[in-house]
Write a protein that binds this ligand. Sequence first.
Ligand SMILES: C[S@@+](CC[C@H](N)C(=O)[O-])C[C@H]1O[C@@H](n2cnc3c(N)ncnc32)[C@H](O)[C@@H]1O
Length: 484
Amino acid sequence: MILQKSLQIKKNNVFKTLSRYYSISSSSSSSSSASNKLSNDLQHPILDKLKSKETIKIDDKQRNKKNSNENHLFKAKTQLMRDFIQDALYNPKSGYFTTKEVIIPENVQVKPLNSLANFKEYNNYLHDLYGQLEHAWLTPVELFKPYYSRAISRYIVEKYSQQQHPDTPLKIYEIGAGSGTNAVSILDFIKDNHPQIYENMEYTIIEISKLLAEKQVQRIKNKHPNVKININNTSVFNWTKTMEEQECFVVLTEVIDNLPHDKITHSFNGSFETVIHSTLENSLSKNQKHLIREELSKINDPVIIEYLEAEKIWSGKSDQDKSKLKQKLDNLLSMFKEDESVWVPTVCFKLFQILAKFFPRHHLVLADFDYIPSIVKGKNSPTVQHKQRVKDQTQVKYESIDLDDVTLEVGSCDIFFPYEWDQLYKMYCYTNKDRIGFDLANVKTFKHKDFIKQYGQQDLHLTETKSKYNPILEDYKNMSFLIS
Ligand SMILES: C[S@@+](CC[C@H](N)C(=O)[O-])C[C@H]1O[C@@H](n2cnc3c(N)ncnc32)[C@H](O)[C@@H]1O
């Protein structure tokens, strides 16, 4: 059984090219300056941080060095963990998503799955396909095209048909649309099966990567020239100027796993946020040395504080709910506990707040990982995956290597997180509960298989192998849907 996006875990193959050390301090001036900046932006504190370029500090010693040798630049950055990951994945010049060809090249064709014999052949086929691709991902959207997207389309059409104002055109927003395959398949399905809806519908994409946004424009507009298509090359965290008042659908498939997290450490001395100090010594003679230091600092960042307070409420762990005696007992017990690191989804929390505020009448269709094996330390830790060329006499081949730290091979790795699905459900309900007309009963979770059984039944024979093994049902066991 292959868990997608995490084909192999190789502990011994970790590249240790960066020097790191860990320290604990009770306060960090660097982190508090970041916090001050965030707290200025009261409405959506995280947005400013995600949009901004980090402050680059050049100390006097290094400044002199720079002056004495123009070929040398010494840069230093201090970032919260989430900003470090944001940079590693999306920095316009060096980020993994913004600089690599992360979509399947057009010359690589995905086979019809019902032409395969059985599980073994499917598994080998997948393995070969991964081997051909240096960076590209194989999401369910890509591997099961168009059937996975057709299941999503059926849910959308069913919900749209129940809406209060049936004359309002269907509006779909897709965040992080990758190669555009999902959009093309959804539009194809609605065109073929519901031409009257297709006639007036609107499809809007919000895509952070310029490279991908350009491919999406080409593909979608060519195939559907008469539909109103808007492709916005921006981060969803910049979507704070336009309010979508109309009922609409917001689709996110395999997007939140790539949203940065913060790393919190709970110890007897209290709770700490993780700050990364990095320096990049860059000489034009191509010798690059990257020095990275991870530091724990008393929690000070307003977004982390807001998240942790909210989490206590939605998970029923608020101090107010505990008796004084229980609080004392918990404090006492914490003396005997080992330090615990937890990766917390502060950025997804902010995303849900944006959806609640700027899409107040939206229906959500979100699919992602509810489990991913990881060798990185901490609860809910990410997988950090690097692709390496392997020697093969006949063809170019790649294999996936999992690294045990997010600070390794910065900009060359995919970094993706699992979500505890019951917590994700609670976080969505908590952040959206004040929306007008929000009905908790409409928020549902499905395991991947159950969603496909419910909305993709009609197409199941098209993905079934000859032995009756059906990958669209049996694979991706580690994925779930959250819909509303
Ligand atoms: C793993 S890909 C999934 C692509 C596609 N949804 C699929 O299922 O095949 C993640 C996508 O989200 C985009 N993305 C990540 N963060 C984003 C953000 N903050 N705003 C908009 N798009 C984002 C990436 O550029 C990429 O297109």
